[in-house]
Design a protein around this ligand. Sequence first.
Ligand code: AMP
Ligand code: MG
Length: 404
Amino acid sequence: MLTPQQAWSSILAHTTCLPATEISADEALGYVLAVPVLADRDMPPANRSAKDGFAVRAADLLRMPVTLPIVGEVAAGSPAAPVVTDGTCARIFTGANLPPGADTVVQVEDTRSAGAGEVTFVRAEPAGANILRQGENARAGGELVAAGSVLGSLQIAIAAATGRTSLRAFRRPRVAIIATGRELVPPEAEVGAHQERDANGPMLTAAFRAAGISVASACRVSDDLDAVTAALRQGLASADAVVLSGGVSVGAYDFVPAAITAVGASPHVHGVAMKPGKPFLFATAPDSRLVFGLPGNPLSAATTLHEFVLPALRRMAGWPEADCRPLVRARLLEAIANPPGYQRYVLATLAWNTSGPEVTPVSSQSSADLAAGARADGAVIVPADARGLDQGALVDFRPWRVWP
Ligand code: AMP
Ligand code: MG
């Protein structure tokens, strides 16, 4: 049986980025940039004032105080360029271009109003003071956002500042979801004592939506080889990846492995030394499509979803390998006992305290205990060879929530 790390390595080896496409800048949040954003002009494009005050020549400020005539005014957005000659100054506002002839700006707090059309300087400034120099942030043609960056609000902002209305980014995967199980009924249906409401389908849909991955289709099928095979075939026809839940183990009603073979996909991982999540299955279909079989117990499904599926889909969407699987180093507030053997995932809450991130285990009865899962923010990872984790130790925590 593969370790979780070996399983992840195998998944990575079979996962490639989708091709790049042109995305409207309005829609680009969360996409991964494929072609860098370059400065279209110097930033700032001209010498600009960083203050409200007066543009003047430093040579005229050698003796304090000094009163000079005001020859003009320039505010941000004004194309005015009053020429500042020896012994004169111009009123200037933050963001305005420095008028020709001036070499410094004195903030208004360091001046006093004099007669009409004049101002008295009470503090000198050297040449260059309070000026944002042309090109000091970036030169025209310089790289502002590197390829491989995940586009957040600041990257969208700089793209807008360079006049970009569209960006070249990696396409994000479309996913088909198949919940298998004869016992499953939709949430709105009447449910018998022998039945189970489908929780994994909605969980997967929500998790993909939070990750910006579009759900091409979501369906439920009974434990029937033909039905599972047909659903899988249909999913592969419409999506870049298919995620199944349930039916992945070795029971008489577990048809996912046979369906994967029936559609001509090749399994690479089946069974991982982890708890929960041991029966997890990963296969590839022709055209580099990915197939994930998650165990049906909701906590097993959640664990393998965040451990393998979401990271692989992020990789398809162009995320750098190292960023696909977010991990938080956090202080453990309560000890965890562990029977060694399997790598274990222990539900926990996460708090961002002033002393750093802290995690507290959430007790759960089994991998069927979705009630406990709904109280958790993710899982503490307990290494297979650890007898346990001590209170106060720094531990690895896999976050299951996306913090806005
Ligand atoms: P399986 O992996 O198919 O053997 O299912 C393991 C357990 O998970 C069974 O108790 C199933 O009823 C339950 N289960 C399977 N699929 C779902 C689902 N979509 N929602 C909630 N529970 C499920
Ligand atoms: Mg089942």
